[in-house]
Design a protein around this ligand. Structure first.
Ligand code: AQP
Length: 335
């Protein structure tokens, strides 16, 4: 008889870039699910610092963002004992495997990536080769750990597909090395839009600080940002495509309170935008307050943090080395 307790858990891999202060969008769209996934899956979580420099980063700010992103993962309740939690640049096999994969990836397929087109349009002064080949490094991030699933939002779907294509091609050419990962669509997860331009997603690298709410923002800042959020002309709290601003706020309120959209609409029937915006700000601040409190405790102890990320890197290195070594052998390198 099959005992579910002794069955091996499926593997999941997920990464986040320390390219700014993590936002409410990162939390509701991804990180909240990471916390839930750790019971069901064998999880590998990485702070993808190498990816962050595809866009210019000020060195001191990057360093502090890497620390704070790692600490925030712990503050959210991600358990470094149960999972592998590490900083990408501490595991050299990511860039090394990326080279093997680059030589098995066509220029044409990279040129089709929409995120490259978007980001190069956003930063025309810095259209670097790293930005272009970012999906190959991401393929290496994934394939090294042989995950069964990779959670993806709509914006990363194309990159996971290319990782799968590269893996299939490599396996066909050299023999079985990589597991082909499946996309994992979490049961819950909201797409949060910018508070200043609800046609765009909330992004931590957006220059307009009023467009995003950081997980670590103060209560006053959170409420101020929601008060300033762009809304629509109908002046009623109703979810619909034409009212992108208010619909975004409804999505956020619903995600943090657990109420359905219909319940939110009923609760605010006949009440104005001002009252609703304040309620959203307060509900978000209340949700984020315990995370912020826990973060402040964790970040104080740099020594303990350092020990954890070093242990995480050791664990990750042991897994990554096996895959990398096998890939190198299959390609014909002398080891
Ligand atoms: N606005 C969002 N709504 C829902 N989910 C979001 N994610 C990001 N923004 C939203 C999800 O967060 C995870 C980690 O993202 P990332 O940091 O690796 O890169 P990203 O998607 O490019 O996030 P940002 O905030 O927009 O970063 P920048 O500004 O540096 O490009 C992913 O699962 C993502 O879907």
């Amino acid at each position: 008889m099959c005992n579910i307790e002794t069955e091996q858990k499926k593997k999941v891999l997920s990464c986040i870039q320390p390219s700014g202060m993590l936002t409410l969008g990162n939390y509701l769209g991804a990180l909240k699910n990471w916390v839930n996934m750790q019971d069901e899956f064998d999880c590998t979580f990485a702070v993808a610092d190498l990816h962050a420099i595809t866009v210019r980063q000020e060195p001191a700010a990057l360093r502090s963002q890497i620390y704070s992103t790692y600490a925030l993962l712990l503050a959210l309740g991600i358990d470094p004992e149960k999972n592998t939690v590490f900083i990408q640049s501490h595991v050299p096999f990511h860039t090394q495997l990326s080279w093997l994969l680059s030589c098995n990836t066509q220029f044409g397929e990279m040129s089709r990536m929409t995120q490259f087109k978007d980001k190069s349009a956003k930063h025309p002064e810095n259209v670097n080769v790293g930005l272009f080949s970012y999906p190959v490094l991401m393929a290496a991030d994934i394939l090294l750990y042989k995950p069964d699933f990779v959670p993806v939002g709509a914006d990363q779907k194309q990159h996971l597909e290319i990782a799968r294509d590269i893996a299939v091609r490599f396996n066909n050419k050299y023999g079985d090395v990589f597991t082909i990962p499946e996309p994992y669509i979490p049961k819950t997860g909201a797409r949060v839009m910018s508070l200043q331009d609800p046609s765009r997603k909330m992004s931590k690298s957006d220059d307009n600080v009023n467009s995003w709410v950081a997980i670590l923002d103060s209560k006053d800042d959170i409420i101020r940002k929601f008060k300033r959020a762009v809304t629509d002309s109908e002046a009623c709290v109703r979810f619909c495509e034409e009212q992108a601003g208010i619909s975004n706020l409804i999505t956020i309120y619903s995600a943090v309170t657990g109420k359905t959209v219909a319940e939110v609409e009923r609760e605010f029937e006949g009440r104005g935008y001002g009252e609703f915006k304040l309620a959203v700000g307060e509900a978000v601040a209340d949700t984020l307050a315990p995370i912020k409190a826990s973060y402040e405790e964790i970040i104080k102890d740099k020594k303990a943090l350092e020990q954890l990320y070093k242990e995480g890197a050791d664990k990750a290195c042991r897994q990554a080395y096996k895959t990398y070594n096998k890939a190198m052998k299959k390609v014909g390198f002398v080891l």
